[in-house]
Design a protein around this ligand. Structure first.
Ligand SMILES: Nc1ncnc2c1ncn2[C@@H]1O[C@H](COP(=O)(O)OP(=O)(O)O)[C@@H](O)[C@H]1O
Ligand SMILES: N[C@@H](CCC(=O)OP(=O)(O)O)C(=O)O
Length: 373
């Protein structure tokens, strides 16, 4: 195992803690475990470092007070539980941080807050201001209003996006397991991975989902996906157990480290690639795929053979080759219903108001690893 100096040196850290570390299904919130985590984070703050906490647990914390048994399957009950549980969760955090003289701020985000560009900027400003005013932001998904099709669903990916939004120097993903194993450790003997430098390092790894009767949602798969997103955003990551949070924040050799995979991308490129949700697809012919992928060209109507989905101008769409492989993602210049008469036609043949590039190069990002896009 190797030390993690980049985490020890991180001046601003995003720490994500899962429901499994803070709650039990029958008992709701576990105030003692929450308080132990707060002690660790307050200690980090006392070193002059900044912390953004992404905390799950609202739904699980709301079940017992409402007399709901087991994790709810329907959205309305989950939302009701989140409404009750989020209040208890932040109140418990507020009391615990208060003992250390640390002021917290609650930040509830919907997927729209990060998938819409203007909202993304707004979230950045709010977090930045909270931190400069000396508060510790506690982020969760706004579960009470998030509907099924627009939810993040798991806080791991939310934490990776928050790490980018907050320009963090490191991301810590805390759970009930001390790292990423080459197989689900609940299923039998497995080996702990020390460092992941490339997605290929995970080739032989089996990632299980969360325990069926447990309080967590994503299992290790969502944590690994989130860790790769952050690593691609230039943010180093450690995945470990909540009990090892202090050691991890001190840069000790615990958990699984995801090394930074490439330089920090431009904000717009990162946002397009990882935060947006495509609302439709443009089907490209071979020439258009080559132009976009190899020549860095904008996408023109002449190279488009089909349109799928109901999107509006400025919505994110996927650009798909004849083989069905996603080549790029970008913001489209026209509504879906305006496109069919333009397809396959050269720009000079089009009415002047339709001569703009369908997806301009500056509004496009190539997708190299479809599994991450
Ligand atoms: N390859 C793996 N390595 C480590 N843990 C795994 C793996 N596959 C599945 N898991 C399981 O993932 C669980 C953690 O996910 P989850 O319950 O969603 O956590 P949280 O609620 O903290 O986000 C662990 O209990 C672990 O058993
Ligand atoms: N926003 C939800 C958490 C969803 C989630 O990702 O949970 P977990 O897998 O425990 O991190 C809640 O607060 O209950």
């Amino acid at each position: 195992m190797t030390a993690r100096p980049e985490v020890a040196a991180a001046g601003r850290v995003v720490v994500k803690v899962g429901s499994s570390s803070l709650t039990t299904l029958p008992g709701g919130l576990d105030a003692a475990r929450l308080s132990a985590l707060v002690d660790v984070l307050a200690g980090v703050r006392a070193q002059g470092r900044e912390v953004v906490l992404v905390s799950s647990g609202a739904i699980a914390a709301g079940l017992a007070p409402l007399g709901v048994v087991g994790r709810p399957r329907d959205l309305a009950t989950a939302q009701a539980a989140a409404s009750v549980g989020q209040l208890r969760l932040v109140q418990t955090y507020a009391d615990a941080f208060d003992r250390h003289g640390v002021t917290i701020g609650q930040v509830l985000l919907t997927a729209d807050d990060l998938t819409r560009r203007s909202h993304y900027r707004n979230a950045r400003q709010t977090l930045e201001r909270l931190l400069t005013l000396g508060a510790l932001p506690i982020v969760n998904e706004n579960d009470t209003v998030a509907t099924e099709e627009i939810r993040f669903g798991d806080n791991d990916r939310l934490a990776a996006l928050v790490a980018h939004v907050a320009r963090a120097d490191a991301l810590l993903l805390l759970s009930d397991v001390d790292g990423v194993y080459d197989g689900d450790p609940r299923q039998g003997p497995a080996r702990l991975l020390d460092t992941v430098r490339d997605p290929a390092d995970l080739g032989a790894v089996t990632l299980g989902t969360a325990r069926r009767n447990g309080v967590g949602t994503g299992g290790m798969a969502t944590k690994v996906e989130a860790a790769l997103i952050a690593a691609h955003a230039g943010v180093p990551v450690v995945v470990t157990s909540t009990g090892q949070a202090a050691a991890a924040l001190a840069g000790e050799a615990v958990g699984t480290r995801f090394a930074v995979m490439g330089p920090r991308p431009r904000t717009r490129q990162f946002w397009l690639r990882f935060a947006t949700r495509p609302r439709g697809r443009l089907l490209l012919d071979d020439g258009a795929v080559r132009a976009v992928r190899e020549r860095g060209a904008s996408l023109l109507a002449a190279g488009i053979t089909g349109v799928a989905g109901e999107f509006l101008a400025d919505d994110p769409v996927e650009l798909v080759g004849p083989d069905g492989v996603v080549v790029a993602r970008g913001l489209v210049a026209y509504d879906a219903r305006e496109l069919p008469p333009l397809l396959g036609r050269r720009t000079a043949e089009l009415e002047p108001e339709y001569r703009r590039e369908i997806v301009h190069r500056d509004e496009m990002v190539l997708v190299r690893r479809p599994s991450l896009g």
